[in-house]
Design a protein around this ligand. Structure first.
Ligand SMILES: Nc1ncnc2c1ncn2[C@@H]1O[C@H](COP(=O)(O)OP(=O)(O)OP(=O)(O)O)[C@@H](O)[C@H]1O
Length: 479
């Protein structure tokens, strides 16, 4: 090892030691680097490939396509030297500009993968499958609609670190407080922790403390007993805390919980017992509490708006989700994921974005974070006439809408949490805001019609919280 002189040597050594083929191209597709494994497969010398265009050197390559779209392609099949291989093609972004791409060629996995698929199919097809085999395991795996921590999209350093911490948190029974602006993925992370914990087979119960009117919150959380009030359901009703027994209770927007409820919640944490409204008996509950907020709880504690003792109880492990504008490298990956998801959902062929559109979206500040990104992809996919969107067929109002403050000559910009598309005021003309708002109003009307007026279902279809839907209904006079 003493022969390794500097970091360039170390990097070269790592590249040449890897079994995987690595190729690095600049933004025009010219090869900057190729490691020994790749060179050996192509039966070429390094000097003969450096500086040449990737399409002249690698058959069936799509590296130039990735440079056009800016969207990573992971786990794609590529025919090379007569073999099917799995490849990753990853664009490299710096300061909102694509500066090249990395190709990774995985040699042996494809055969291995086929063997695993064949073995799984055999077992699933077999009628005589024994009790101890995979078939039984497959059937007993609970249906999961949520992501595991590993499946949540994001490869930026801050998110990778957060995923590691979340995995550690999942292994403990303690309370977790997730902070971050609206739409950064706090609930997704909470679900990830639940499904990674030993409570995964228990319920994940989510309560949005801001969505429930103050006078109903107590019965919602604690339930009620027979005859608790006029109109109470016969036999009573369990509250959400009770329903989360042996599982996880996710208290979203905990900063909006009224102070008197904070005291009651503290008692649950201390005594692990609840008493239904109008009830006399106490019931033991074993639930793990994960709470989330986009408000500054420390400041609320200082102002006497949030109980300090409860704050310390909830804040045993703290996870902070950074806003998208602080982890721009996650934007292309999220776009790729949601382009596929939304195209499928809207039964359209897969819509691609050109690199200038992706660049525009990478530079945009996303005050509504991932929720706004999902919403934007829905707009783009539904408006797309073809399956390739370039800057010229990007809806004109949206081009202006997404232009960076610098492009528009605006220097001051202070995005606030909780801002949603229809409310964004600064640096946008009324025309732009109105067209976005009209589009949003139309989406809400359609979702309500689809859900036959059921607001919870409509909110679910729109991917927004019930409380957000109520706010929007009020704003658009749709009540
Ligand atoms: N890592 C992720 N990968 C893919 N999609 C994500 C990710 N994080 C969030 N999303 C999507 O973004 C949207 C908002 O996520 P989520 O509801 O978890 O945010 P939140 O921070 O809890 O928002 P709020 O504070 O408004 O309750 C959802 O549609 C969710 O599926």
């Amino acid at each position: 090892m003493h022969a390794i002189r500097n970091s360039t040597d170390v990097l070269q050594l790592i590249l040449d030691t890897m079994y995987e083929g690595i190729v690095l191209v600049d933004e025009q597709g010219h090869i900057l680097e190729m490691n020994q494994a790749y060179l050996k497969l192509l039966d070429m010398e390094r000097d003969a490939v450096i500086g040449r265009h990737v399409t002249d050197v690698i058959e069936n390559t799509r590296m130039h396509k990735v440079l056009e779209t800016g969207i990573p392609e992971r786990g794609h099949l590529q025919q090379l030297q007569g073999h099917d291989m799995i490849v990753h093609r990853i664009p490299i972004w710096q300061d909102g500009k694509m500066i090249g791409a990395l190709g990774v060629l995985i040699f042996e996995s494809i055969g291995e993968l086929y063997r695993i698929i064949e073995r799984t199919q055999e077992i699933l097809r077999s009628d005589n499958a024994g009790p101890s085999d995979l078939r039984q395991d497959v059937e007993t795996i609970p249906q999961r609609r949520a992501y595991t921590i590993d499946e949540t999209i994001g490869q930026s350093q801050s998110i990778m670190l957060l995923k590691q911490m979340a995995k550690k948190a999942a292994k403990t029974p303690v309370t977790v407080l997730i902070t971050g602006e609206s739409g950064t993925g706090k609930e997704v992370m909470a679900q990830g922790i639940h499904y990674e914990s030993n409570r995964a087979n228990g319920p994940f119960v989510s309560v949005n403390c801001a969505a429930i009117p103050e006078n109903l919150l107590e019965t919602e959380l604690f339930g009620y007993d027979d005859g608790a009030f006029t109109g109470a359901k016969k036999g009573g009703k369990p509250g959400q805390i009770e329903l989360a027994h042996m599982g996880t209770l996710f208290l979203d927007e905990i900063g909006d919980m009224p102070v008197n409820m904070q005291a009651k919640l503290l008692r649950v944490l201390e005594e692990r017992e609840i008493q239904r409204v109008g009830g006399i008996t106490k019931r033991y509950v074993n639930t793990r509490i994960i709470s989330a907020t986009n408000r500054d709880l420390e400041q609320m504690v200082q102002k006497g708006q949030f109980r300090e003792d409860l704050y310390y109880r909830l804040n045993i492990i703290r996870l902070h989700l950074p806003p998208l504008r602080e982890r721009r490298e996650d934007i292309p990956v999220l776009l790729a994921f949601y382009l596929e998801e939304v195209s499928k959902r809207l039964q359209k062929s897969l819509v691609h974005l050109s690199s200038d559109v992706v660049g525009l979206l990478v530079r945009y500040d996303w005050p509504g974070n991932i929720r706004e990104l999902v919403h934007t992809v829905e707009v783009l996919v539904s408006l797309a006439d073809s399956n390739h969107i370039t800057i010229s067929d990007f809806p004109p109002h949206l081009t202006k809408f997404f232009a960076s403050p610098y492009d528009l000559g605006v220097t001051e910009r202070t995005p606030t949490p909780n801002v949603d598309v229809s409310r964004m005021e600064y640096h946008r003309s009324n025309g732009v805001r109105d067209s976005i708002a009209n589009y949003e109003k139309k989406m809400i009307e359609d979702a309500l019609a689809d859900a036959a007026g059921n607001k919870s279902l409509a909110a679910q279809k729109l991917g927004i919280h019930r409380s957000t839907l109520y706010e929007k209904l009020k704003r658009y006079n749709l009540n």
